[in-house]
Design a protein around this ligand. Structure first.
Ligand code: CS2
Length: 492
């Protein structure tokens, strides 16, 4: 077999016409965005919209990506001149596009000064983030900065060589201020409610711990628009890499596999300027909260429920779960009866079609989105995906058995042992604590009691709430007795 050439600036022109490629001269672009957390989601979403902006002739917005931990993305992308393939997959086939908007990638732990140097460049007007929930170094239930977090303790002691996104942001703002450069706009693109305000809260609290006057400066001068981001992006596998080389003829070390759907709703508050993303399908609004709650509760709440129950029932991917008895009905009823009534109104928005489309997206047979992937970091996801929805149901004295089933499935999942006695690889910042509490518990009451005391997940209200206890324990009992698959088949 002859070795296929690697994707790069030199080889991209050899691609067949069927593969879309950067419609601009990549030597002419300049950096306008620093992105913290250059993972697959960013590359399937914001980087794609920005690629279109560059192609429209506004060449001042190329992206400098920063990995806050591992060198993997840099090692994959630098030999490819930052180019990568986005494969859009559906039951109707695949399409391929080469994205060129990422011009450089830095690995923060290798060179914090290079990252700070990039962030103080006056040409950089937006610093965006996809650092996942845990990257905010906060307590998930209260969304307040976790002042005991090792990275926060480190960054307060070593402000000039930080580790956390928060530490980088504050130090860069300090340096810009002393340079007389106006601040950048901070754009959180993570799945958190009111993500801009959450980022603002943790950043200003961190700044306050450094110097109260600095916190005042940030509150007065820095914009933190909130956003709702949506695109399903399963982790790339070696089989995906083989698909890409077979389809395009070029080796790509880290292609991105995603779905046709993509949505980005952004609060239009960018005092330092922004790309004209609205030309390429981004919706700018005054207030994004209602969109964000809708997406977090309907999409991500359903996703987590499908992931925990589906994993326990032995299903590898979301589309497999959707085919198993009862699951599709469970999700539809959960959306219609338990989640939708908790959502703020969005006048003119067709919620019924949105929900039907969500279920279609979950069924996408061409995406292999693993339940295990979605199950990760449950301690960080549960509050905004399921628990806040339950709180709203409780306030209104309404039932929430299906949402409780999702929570119960998480409790069963974090015991770390599956229904056949195999080990579950529970990935979570609280994994050790979860194992200590839940491992080897097989009684519903004991398991519930062991986990409910985790205040950073459940707050201090739910543990005292009788309806919550009753409903979650009853569901847990069923899962433990008859298994997740059978429980869903009977509930759905
Ligand atoms: C998923 C999300 O992994 C997860 O927790 O629920 O990443 C989901 O695919 C995206 O939010 C879709 O926009």
């Amino acid at each position: 077999m002859t070795e296929q050439p690697r994707l790069s600036n030199a080889t991209v022109s050899s691609l067949s016409k069927a593969v879309e490629r950067p419609g601009y001269d990549r030597n002419q672009v300049t950096t306008g965005i620093v992105h913290l957390g250059i993972g697959a989601f960013h590359r399937a979403h914001q980087a794609v919209y920005t690629d279109s902006v560059l192609a429209s002739g506004d060449t001042s917005w190329s992206i400098l990506g920063v990995s806050l931990r591992s060198a993997d993305t840099r090692d994959a992308l630098v030999p490819q001149d930052g180019l990568y393939t986005v494969a859009t997959r559906s039951g109707n086939g695949d399409s391929f596009r080469i994205i060129g908007s990422i011009s450089r990638v830095l690995v923060a732990p290798e060179n914090p000064q290079a990252v700070l140097g990039a962030m103080v460049d006056p040409a950089v007007r937006v610093v965006s983030l996809t650092v996942t929930e845990k990257g905010y170094c906060y307590s998930p239930a209260s969304a307040a900065l976790d002042e005991e977090h090792p990275d926060i303790i480190h960054d307060l002691a070593n402000p000039a060589a930080p580790r956390s996104a928060i530490g980088y942001i504050v130090e860069a703002l300090v340096r810009r201020r002393s340079d007389g450069t106006e601040p950048f706009t901070l754009l959180s693109c993570d799945n958190l409610p009111a993500n801009g305000r959450t980022l603002q809260r943790v950043v200003t609290r961190f700044a306050e711990l450094r110097d109260p006057e600095l916190a005042e400066y940030i509150l007065t001068n820095v914009a933190f628009p909130s956003t709702m981001v949506d695109r399903i992006v399963p982790a790339t596998t070696d089989a995906d890499r083989a698909t890409i080389v077979a389809a395009t003829g070029l080796v790509d070390s880290w292609p991105i596999m995603t779905e046709p759907f993509s949505q980005w709703v952004v609060e239009d508050h960018f005092p330092a300027g922004r790309p004209a993303w609205e030309k390429f399908g981004v919706t700018f609004v005054r207030d994004v909260d209602a969109f964000e709650l809708m997406k977090l509760r309907l999409l991500n709440g359903s996703h987590s429920t499908l992931a925990y129950l589906g994993y326990l029932a032995g299903h590898e991917t979301v589309s497999d779960v959707m085919k198993a008895p009862g699951f599709s009905g469970l999700i539809e009823a959960m959306m219609d009866e338990e989640i939708s009534p908790t959502l703020p109104p969005l006048p003119g928005f067709d919620l019924a079609s949105y929900k039907a489309e969500l279920r279609e997206r979950f069924r996408n047979p061409a995406l292999r989105h693993r339940t295990w992937q979605i199950a990760m970091d449950g301690s960080q996801k549960l509050p905004q995906r399921l628990l806040n929805t339950i709180r709203s149901r409780i306030e209104n004295h309404l039932p929430f058995d299906r949402l409780a089933l999702g929570v119960a499935a998480w409790m069963r999942y974090v015991t770390g042992v599956d229904e056949k006695g195999g080990v579950i690889d529970v990935r979570d910042p609280l994994a050790v604590e979860l194992k200590n509490r839940a491992g080897n518990k097989s009684d519903a009451g004991e398991l519930f009691d062991a986990l409910i005391g985790l205040e950073q997940i459940f707050g201090n209200d739910l543990s005292a709430n009788e309806a919550f206890q009753r409903s979650v324990k009853a569901q847990l009992e069923k899962i433990l007795k008859q298994g997740a698959g059978e429980t869903v088949a009977q509930t759905g």
